[in-house]
Design a protein around this ligand. Structure first.
Ligand SMILES: NC(=O)c1ccc[n+]([C@@H]2O[C@H](COP(=O)([O-])OP(=O)(O)OC[C@H]3O[C@@H](n4cnc5c(N)ncnc54)[C@H](O)[C@@H]3O)[C@@H](O)[C@H]2O)c1
Ligand SMILES: [Zn+2]
Length: 242
């Protein structure tokens, strides 16, 4: 199958002959990828900043797909279901997951002291191949994957696998109060979502700081004029170029 292949820091390639994944465990599903994103976090792998990123790994922790096969223990998913698959690989019932700390599931990453299992995120994250490929083995398939709501565009669904919740969480953890002025550093996808949710939580002024001019203009246009299914009207933006 086609798959992104890490060859070392700043060296990646597209392979056409990576073996397709197979069911290895009763709780596995095999998902055929329909949309897959490149995250800013993938750049940390690409730049060689994440320990134990091994040659041959396929990145990708934000993807949607169609279930192609399920193991004998999978109950919630069936072949043909459209799913969105988030970053975390989590078992679901051990202590961290019970506290909703799915990112710390030690069952999916027993070697770890702090982090759990992640798709496409080095052996530090459990060594699971990710979604920048035609097919992915999705362990514990009843836990993290979510059926894509009927009628939802894949382009929107795939944003729910990382970008939207990360931006939401950033804004929520910022403790934004009505009327606040909020500063967001970085106008990548996550910064954009953090800015949008800052308004959602009641900020009256949101300042987004980014140092690449063309990106800033494009990104702020997305914030202001991008599709919005909630019917919310977003404030005007004022690009300030230094
Ligand atoms: N769940 C998580 O914890 C989670 C999820 C997704 C992303 N992330 C992290 O969030 C960050 C952003 O992700 P992204 O996908 O939007 O990345 P991105 O690389 O697309 O965007 C980062 C932006 O920051 C800007 N930037 C860099 N240095 C800057 C500086 N000194 N001042 C102002 N702007 C600067 C860049 O121009 C770029 O637009 C990354 O570090 C990523 O690893 C964390
Ligand atoms: Zn990500």
């Amino acid at each position: 199958m086609l798959a992104m292949n890490f060859r070392g820091p700043r060296q990646i390639r597209l392979d056409s002959n990576k073996p397709e994944p197979e069911i290895k465990h009763p709780y596995d599903a095999i998902v055929r990828v329909t949309r897959s994103l490149i995250c800013g976090s993938d750049l940390h792998l690409y730049h060689g900043r994440v320990p134990d990123t091994r040659v041959g790994m396929t990145f990708g922790h934000e993807f949607t797909g169609v279930v192609e096969a399920v193991g004998s223990g999978v109950q919630k998913l069936k072949v043909g279901d459209h799913v969105l698959v988030p970053f975390n690989v989590a078992y679901g019932t051990y202590p961290h997951c019970k506290q909703e700390l799915y990112g710390n599931c030690h069952e999916s990453n027993p070697q770890a002291t702090a982090v759990g299992g992640f798709f496409g995120y080095a052996h530090t994250g459990g060594g699971y191949d990710g979604g920048q490929a035609e097919y992915v083995r999705v362990p514990y398939a009843d836990v993290s994957p979510t059926k894509t709501p009927k009628g939802m565009d894949l382009e929107n669904a795939v944003l729910l696998t990382d970008v939207v919740p990360t931006g939401y969480q950033a804004a929520e953890q910022g403790g934004i109060q009505k009327g606040d002025t909020v500063v967001v550093f970085g106008a990548g996808p996550v910064g954009l979502m953090a800015a949008r949710f800052a308004w959602f939580f009641g900020a009256t002024r949101v300042i987004v700081i980014n140092h690449v001019e063309y990106q800033t203009v494009v990104c702020l246009a997305v914030i202001r004029y991008g599709p919005d299914h909630t019917g919310m009207v977003w404030p005007k933006f004022y690009p300030i170029m230094g």
